[in-house]
Design a protein around this ligand. Structure first.
Ligand SMILES: Cc1ncc(COP(=O)(O)O)c(C=O)c1O
Length: 372
């Protein structure tokens, strides 16, 4: 079946094709570097031809990907893709068949639902518990497994709540995957900006059924490079997804790979994450104070990443988001309805000064007052 649009993308398409907003309270990316920041480390003689390169992606980049994830795995356990989104897409298409079941979290990244529908698979959602800070119970995941379960798909840190899966729970999930022979795909695209504790271990190192997806898009703000990856110990998974990729984008974007390789060099990575953490912590503090001062908002501050989910009292999240987009506010945020949660809004601290977060928050306060 063809892939059909999800509410989240529909809302984005609709609202970004109208008059552009002036302020954003929704950005999930750290401030984006400029091309000039990389020029000193790029070779001007670099050939933009592709011949002679590996179909898995630049070996030096694959090594950086393993290093930043803290994984001691062979280079051929990495496939470079056009972002984490393409890595997920290839996995859904090659690992799941019509009639299979995919277990995912709710709220979570909508790609699992979109792809399950297109493939003719059943989506089984396990609710994250708002009362427990949006925690995911591995026992609830275990109860959702049936003989038809083919894949568990999770985000860690979670989009949209910023909640982390504790290491012990990741181990429990890895054990489940082993015991039942189920692929455990963990989208780690928001890893690197942890506010509570250390970065979670990558699932690809915890079980041969674990598949990590990620990219340079979020913590490094390099979304426009379209450079991401999957990591998996199974050569068959890497081969099967590479075969599908050959029939889509064929190979990787050579320039994107080179810039990503530079961005992931240890000294550059540490400096970029240091800056993103400093900015992110300050803007999250601001969001936190804002939410506690607004009587009609409440949230669980994200444990990682730059986005979180706030509950709104007295008005539904989508009416608020739509009113906020219009004059005089002209401010963008995502309504919780994009995640099936009508009483929430997704707020984000990313984007740097261009997001004009302070002004956006003042406008959100005004809209909450005006809509009272
Ligand atoms: C959980 C999750 N996965 C994947 C993506 C896409 O990321 P990329 O730019 O790496 O394709 C996003 C983007 O918002 C996301 O939130």
């Amino acid at each position: 079946m063809k892939v059909t649009i999800h509410k989240l993308f529909d809302y984005l398409l609709e609202t970004t094709s109208a008059e552009p907003p002036e302020c954003f309270i929704g950005f999930s990316l750290a401030r984006s570097p400029r091309l000039k920041d990389f020029l000193t480390d790029l070779d001007p003689e670099l050939s933009l031809d592709w011949n002679g390169k590996s179909f898995l992606g630049l070996p030096a980049l694959r090594q950086r990907v393993l290093d930043q994830a803290g994984l001691d795995l062979p280079l051929d356990s990495v496939l470079i893709t056009a972002g984490a989104a393409e890595a997920n897409y290839l996995l859904f298409r090659q690992l799941v068949q019509a009639g299979d079941e995919i277990i995912t979290e709710s709220p979570g990244w909508p790609q699992a639902g979109v792809m399950a529908k297109a493939i003719g698979a059943k989506l089984v959602e396990v609710a994250r518990d708002e009362a427990r800070g949006w925690g995911l119970d591995p026992e609830a995941v275990a109860r959702a497994i049936t003989p038809r379960t083919r894949m568990i798909f999770l985000t860690n840190p979670n989009n949209p709540t910023g909640r982390l899966v504790p290491e012990a729970d990741l181990r429990a999930l890895a054990d489940l995957a082993e015991r039942h022979g189920i692929w455990l795909v963990v989208d780690e695209v928001y890893a690197g900006l942890e506010w509570v504790g250390a970065r979670s271990p990558s699932i690809a190192g915890m079980t041969r059924f674990g598949i990590t997806t990620g990219s340079v898009s979020k913590a490094l703000g390099l979304q426009g490079l379209r450079t991401g990856w999957m990591i998996c110990q199974s050569p068959d998974v890497i081969r099967d997804t590479m075969i599908l990729r050959e029939n889509g984008s064929e190979i990787m974007n050579v320039l994107g790979e080179h810039i990503a390789e530079v961005a992931l060099r240890p000294e550059r990575l540490a400096a970029a994450l240091g800056r993103a953490r400093e900015d992110g912590r300050a803007t999250l503090d601001l969001l936190d104070r804002f939410v506690s001062d607004e009587a009609r908002l409440s949230w669980h501050r994200p444990e990682a990443g730059l986005i979180g989910l706030a509950r709104v009292e007295g008005v539904d999240g989508e009416s608020l988001a739509r009113a906020l987009l219009k004059p005089p506010y002209r401010t963008f945020l995502l309504p919780g309805s994009a995640y099936g949660l009508p009483h929430h809004i997704r707020i984000g601290a990313g984007g740097g000064p261009e997001a004009r977060l302070n002004e956006g928050l003042e406008r959100l306060s005004a809209a909450l007052r005006d809509l009272a």
